[in-house]
Design a protein around this ligand. Structure first.
Ligand SMILES: Nc1ncnc2c1ncn2[C@@H]1O[C@H](COP(=O)(O)OP(=O)(O)OP(=O)(O)O)[C@@H](O)[C@H]1O
Length: 302
């Protein structure tokens, strides 16, 4: 089941929080939905869950419109919001029973589903506690179980691993990956290593506009794979290294350049030639592999 966002626009007063964004999330693929603070991620997710109405555009889940059939769409979507609102006085099973009831579930089907989720989300050891007595990581797990109770086709997780310890992080990421096999899963996070670990596709939004939407492997290869940082004794002139790749001049003295290249072997040869031709003395050369984090900085700060 695919989730399709089309020309989605949301205006708050004079601010366009979303400016005609479009993208598709496919079944069986974890889509990383990224962007700096205030980019418009939560606004998009709230529209997808029927909580907000856009000013223009729509979100369809398998052809069903979030604007025209919000109830149907919300039954197809499971949402873990950033602040994960729960009822602290309730016991875990009691809470999941209550949430299941809101989706019209009852009896044996609901009871079995709750036990299934307690196992799936690793809640067995804490299952007898009230939610208010749980650690943050376990509360996140209850939030995840809540989002999954009605076995939705589309799952939207907003910062699901915030506050988890490193062991829980690994477990929850594995759980997300497992769940995504036969679902459409959108993951919003600021943790780029998380995206590299579990997402196949990435959509980056900045100031309400989409600035990148591609498979993670394409995004990384299209942006150049390696960064070479070159420091020379003398200043370098604009244009000398431009033929090798994307160049940024670092520092005040113009004697350090960062060059993003695809073919590092050939770039190194050309750099040696240029150093000789321009009579430059090399101080150091460093090589760094491109990370999603550096691509994110480049795309959202330019
Ligand atoms: N109810 C509202 N009224 C006015 N402006 C709003 C409202 N909700 C969001 N905004 C503004 O819309 C923009 C997008 O906000 P949104 O919460 O969607 O960003 P975000 O990408 O989720 O950010 P973060 O990563 O910080 O959670 C921000 O500038 C925000 O201040």
């Amino acid at each position: 089941m695919a989730l399709e966002v089309t020309q989605l626009t949301k205006i708050y007063g004079s601010q366009k929080a979303l400016d005609s964004i479009s993208f598709i999330a496919e079944k069986g693929q974890v889509l990383g939905f990224l962007g700096p603070n205030g980019a418009g991620k939560s606004t998009t997710m709230k529209i997808a869950t029927g909580f907000l109405i856009p000013d223009f555009g729509d979100i369809h889940i398998n052809g069903i419109s979030a604007i025209h059939e919000p109830k149907k769409v919300s039954n197809l979507v499971g949402y873990l919001p950033e602040h994960n609102p729960l009822y602290p006085d309730m016991y875990i099973r009691e809470f999941l029973h209550f949430i299941g009831g809101l989706y019209g579930m009852s009896g044996k089907i609901l009871k079995n589903r709750i036990e299934e989720l307690i196992l799936l989300c690793g809640l067995e050891l804490e299952a007898k506690k009230r939610i208010g007595q749980l650690s943050k990581g376990y509360r996140q797990r209850v939030g995840l179980a809540k989002a999954l109770i009605h076995d939705p086709e589309v799952i939207i997780l907003d910062e699901p691993t915030t506050g988890l310890d490193p062991n829980q992080l690994v477990e929850i990421r594995k759980l997300i990956k497992d769940i995504s096999r036969d679902k459409t899963l959108i993951l919003s996070t600021h943790i780029m290593q998380e995206v590299e670990a579990i997402c196949e596709k990435v959509v980056i939004i900045n100031r309400g506009k989409i600035v990148a939407a591609d498979l993670l492997k394409n995004l990384k290869s299209n942006q150049g794979n390696t960064i070479l940082i070159l420091e020379t004794e003398e200043s370098v002139q604009q244009g000398w290294f431009e033929s090798l790749g994307k160049v940024r001049y670092l520092g005040n003295n113009k004697n350090t350049v960062s060059i993003t290249v695809d073919d590092v072997v050939s770039a190194r040869k050309q750099i040696l030639q240029l150093l000789q031709e321009k009579n430059l003395n090399l101080v150091s050369i460093q090589q760094k592999e491109r990370t999603l984090e550096s691509i994110f900085h480049q795309i959202t700060q330019s």
